[in-house]
Design a binder for this molecule. Structure first.
Ligand code: NAP
Length: 274
């Protein structure tokens, strides 16, 4: 991948998401371990990353950031300010800062930075680990199309990505970043239904998960509206329509809508405004 060839990547705050992204890129062969240095707050975390990913690690954010071509910021939103205060003076216009922080706008991050550095904001999700992620990408004040291309190159092997106006990022957080958790609950509940009607639990989980995967693939690959695809499964007077009636009775649809709305509104409150 030419955009990442020879580039040094510093992951500042390599927690669950940082590890997911690096792991996905290493597995896809888009990065070599030698290109990566990762930081965290605790040595135990670094030991885990060294064992699991085989990348260089340090507790020193400044030494990791210095000289890196791309700095991936993966700390919690609340930790952005102190971490950027720590490394801000080292950052240069030759570097690209990529933030995956939920709820922190590019303007807020730029205000936390002392100097000029190009910033790209990405909102990924955890299925990036297996190349089935969904990431939204937007640029900050100094991001050029080249910077956006580098960010896209980093997220391409991890699944789908799209460029989107930043005004939609809280909604992306509430839908596709939080969404895997909602779908795991759906899978768990479908499987529970299978167990209730006598299936072995492992079989029920496999049936439920592959069904969700297949249904999602049908939506993406056919481009058909989900309602149309649902109608194709629903034979008049058949069994599916009885199941759908139970979903309506239980309010699944409205509950999922409310889950996305609630997660979106929480995304806007994750960090203090000053
Ligand atoms: N998880 C998701 O599905 C998801 C999806 C989209 C975006 N995000 C965003 O990704 C970011 C990280 O989320 P996460 O779930 O990966 O959280 P996480 O697992 O808690 O990761 C945060 C990491 O930051 C490290 N850290 C804390 N203070 C630090 C410091 N001063 N210097 C360097 N590292 C420091 C922590 O180190 P220790 O482990 O040593 O304490 C931890 O490994 C968040 O901003 C979140 O909004 C997450």
């Amino acid at each position: 991948m030419k955009e990442l060839a020879g580039k040094r990547i510093a992951v500042i705050g390599a927690g669950k998401m940082g590890e997911t992204l690096v792991s996905g890129l290493l597995q896809a062969g888009y990065l070599d371990r030698e290109q990566v240095v990762a930081t965290a707050a605790h040595q135990e975390r670094l030991d885990h990353l060294e064992d699991k990913l085989g990348v260089a690690t340090t507790l020193d954010n400044r030494s990791a950031a210095q000289g890196a071509d791309v700095i991936l910021l993966g700390v919690k939103p609340q930790t952005a300010r102190p971490v950027l205060a720590q490394i801000g003076d080292l950052l240069t216009t030759d570097q690209l800062l990529i933030s995956v922080l939920a709820g922190v706008k590019t303007t807020a991050l730029e205000d936390m930075l002392t100097g000029d550095v190009a910033l790209v904001r990405v909102m990924p999700n955890t299925p990036s680990l297996i190349g089935s992620g969904m990431s939204a990408i937007c640029g900050g004040r100094l991001a050029t199309s080249e910077h956006l291309e580098v960010a896209e190159a980093m997220f391409r092997p991890l699944g789908r990505s799209l460029r989107l106006d930043e005004k939609h990022f809280d909604a992306v957080t509430g839908l596709s970043a939080s969404g895997p958790a909602f779908i795991y609950v759906v899978i768990e509940a479908l499987a529970e239904g299978g167990v209730k009607v006598g299936l072995p639990r492992s079989t029920a989980i496999e049936l439920a998960a592959q069904t969700c995967l297949g249904a999602a693939g049908m939506v993406l690959e056919t481009g058909n509206h989900p309602a149309l695809l649902k109608d194709e499964v629903t034979t008049p007077a058949g069994c599916t329509v009885d199941g759908l009636l139970k979903l309506e009775e239980g309010g699944l649809r409205v509950t999922l809508i409310k889950a996305v709305v609630e997660a979106t509104s929480r995304a806007g409150e994750l960090v203090d405004p000053d």
